[in-house]
Design a binder for this molecule. Structure first.
Ligand code: HEM
Length: 375
C-alpha cells in the first residue's frame, strides 16, 4: 500500500529476487509439480469409495506451500497444523473487510470508541499471529546456514548492505512484504481454483471437452507447463473462469497523486480510487451475455485463442499484479491435473451454491464434490 520511491525499490527487489528463486522458470514448475502431485495423492486417499470432499479450501495448503517454498526455501507437509491455522487466518481476515476498508477506513477514530465491535481488535490479533509466524521464520534464517538461496535471505543481505540508509530495507519492511505476498498470493489463487472446479461441476459438458482435449494432446504422461500453449480449449476455459469469477473485483485501492479528471469528473489529489474490474468483466455491451459461462467467447472459428483487452483479472498498468505468472501457472497445472486424473461429479441431491462470499476478494461459498479416479 505504499507508492513513490519505496514502492519502486520494493517492487524492483521483489521481481528480481523472485525471478532468481525460480519465478517463471524451471524451479517454479518443479515446485508446482511437487505440490500438484501431493494433492492428487491426498484427493485419491480422501475420496475413497466415492466420499464427497470439501472443495472450498482444498487448494489452500498447496498454494501457500509453493509460495512459501520460494520465499522461505521451506516446504510443509499437507497436514501441517501451523500452515492450516495461517490459512484459516487468511480466510477470516479476507472476509472481515472489503476493499474499501469498511467502517475502519471511513472513520478511523472508531477503533478507539469501539475497538471490539468495529473488528479492530480482531484484526490486530490476526495480524499479530501472522507476524509471530513470520518473525520466527526470519529469526531462523538469521541463525541458519541452509537458507542462502531464498527470498528472506536475499532481503536480509540487502538490509545489511543498506545499513546506512535503512528506509527501504529494514526488518519491519521484510515482515510487511512477506505478509503482502502471503495474503495477496494465497487466497486469490486458492479461490480462483475453487471457482474453476465449481464452474466445471456446473458445466459437465465443458469438463468433458477439457478432458477430451487433454487426452488427445497429453494422454497419460505427466503434464508440463509447456503444454499450456497446445491446450487452447482449456486455456479458454481458464480465461472464462478468470472473467466470470471476478476474484479481485475492485483490484487494490489506489490514490490520485495529483488532481486529475476522468470523463466529466474532477478527482482531487489524494482521493482513494477503487477501479471496478467486475464492471469491465460483466459489461453487457462488450460481452453480450456476461452472466453466461461460455469459454468459446475466447476462441475463434479455427479454435485459436482470442486475446481480449477487456479481460483484466490481474489489473492493468504499473501496479498490476506481481504474482500473475505464478498464479496462472498454478491454476493451469492444478486444473489440468485434476481433470486428467479425476472425473469430478456433484454429490447426489446436493445444490451447488449460486452466490459467492464477498470480502477483500470474492470466494465461492462452501461446496463439496466427488472425485472419481479415471485410472
Ligand atoms: C488468481 C490469483 C490472483 C489474482 C486474481 C490477483 C489479482 C490482483 C489484482 C487485481 C491486483 C491489483 C492490481 C491493481 O490494483 O491495478 C493485484 C496486485 C498484487 N498482487 Fe495479485 N493476484 C493473484 C495472485 C497473486 C500472487 C500469487 C501474488 C504473489 C506471489 C500476488 C501478489 C500481488 C501483489 C504484491 C500486488 C500489488 C502490486 C503493487 O501494488 O505493485 N498476486 N493482484
Amino acid at each position: 500500500f505504499v507508492d513513490g520511491p519505496t514502492w519502486n525499490d520494493q517492487k524492483k527487489f521483489c521481481m528480481q529476487h523472485l525471478r532468481k528463486m525460480g519465478f517463471g522458470g524451471d524451479l517454479m514448475e518443479k515446485i508446482i509439480i511437487e505440490e500438484v502431485h501431493d494433492l492428487m495423492v491426498d484427493i485419491t486417499i480422501k475420496s475413497e469409495n466415492g466420499k464427497p470432499i470439501k472443495v472450498h479450501g482444498l487448494f489452500d495448503i498447496s498454494i501457500l506451500n509453493g509460495l512459501w517454498a520460494m520465499l522461505a526455501g521451506q516446504r510443509f507437509a499437507l497436514n501441517d497444523s501451523r500452515l492450516a491455522r495461517l490459512m484459516e487466518l487468511v480466510h477470516v481476515s479476507f472476509r472481515m473487510l472489503d476493499m474499501s476498508g469498511g467502517i475502519l477506513n471511513q472513520m478511523p477514530f472508531i477503533r478507539f470508541l469501539a475497538p471490539n465491535s468495529s473488528g479492530y481488535e480482531h484484526i490486530k490479533q490476526i495480524l499479530n499471529e501472522f507476524y509471530t509466524f513470520l518473525k520466527e521464520s526470519v529469526e531462523e534464517h538469521k541463525c541458519g546456514e541452509n537458507y542462502q538461496e531464498d527470498f528472506i535471505s536475499a532481503f536480509l543481505m540487502e538490509i545489511e548492505k543498506n545499513k546506512e540508509s535503512p528506509e527501504s530495507f529494514s526488518e519491519e519492511q521484510l515482515l510487511v512484504i512477506l505478509l503482502d505476498l502471503f495474503l495477496a498470493g494465497s487466497e486469490t489463487t486458492s479461490s480462483m481454483l475453487s471457482f474453476a472446479v465449481l464452474l466445471l461441476l456446473k458445466h459437465q459438458d465443458i469438463q468433458d471437452k477439457v478432458h477430451a482435449e487433454l487426452n488427445a494432446v497429453v494422454g497419460d504422461r505427466e503434464i508440463q507447463l509447456a503444454d499450456k500453449k497446445k491446450l487452447n480449449y482449456l486455456e479458454a476455459v481458464l480465461m472464462e473462469v478468470q472473467r466470470h469469477s471476478n476474484v479481485a473485483p475492485l483490484a487494490i485501492a489506489h490514490r490520485t497523486i495529483r488532481k486529475t479528471s476522468l470523463q466529466e469528473y474532477i478527482i482531487p489529489k489524494d482521493t482513494l480510487v477503487l477501479a471496478s474490474i467486475w464492471s469491465v468483466h460483466m459489461d453487457e455491451h462488450h460481452w453480450g451475455d456476461p452472466e453466461v459461462f461460455r469459454p468459446e467467447r475466447f476462441l475463434d472459428s479455427t479454435g485459436n485463442i482470442i486475446k481480449d483487452s477487456w479481460l483484466m483479472p490481474f489489473g492493468i498498468g504499473r501496479r498490476r499484479c506481481l504474482g500473475e505468472i505464478l498464479a496462472k501457472a498454478n491454476v493451469f497445472m492444478f486444473i489440468a491435473n485434476l481433470i486428467q486424473n479425476f472425473e469430478i461429479r456433484i454429490p447426489n441431491g446436493v445444490q451447488l451454491p449460486d452466490r459467492p462470499q464477498d470480502g477483500v476478494t470474492i470466494s465461492p461459498s462452501p461446496f463439496s464434490a466427488i472425485f472419481i479416479p479415471r485410472r
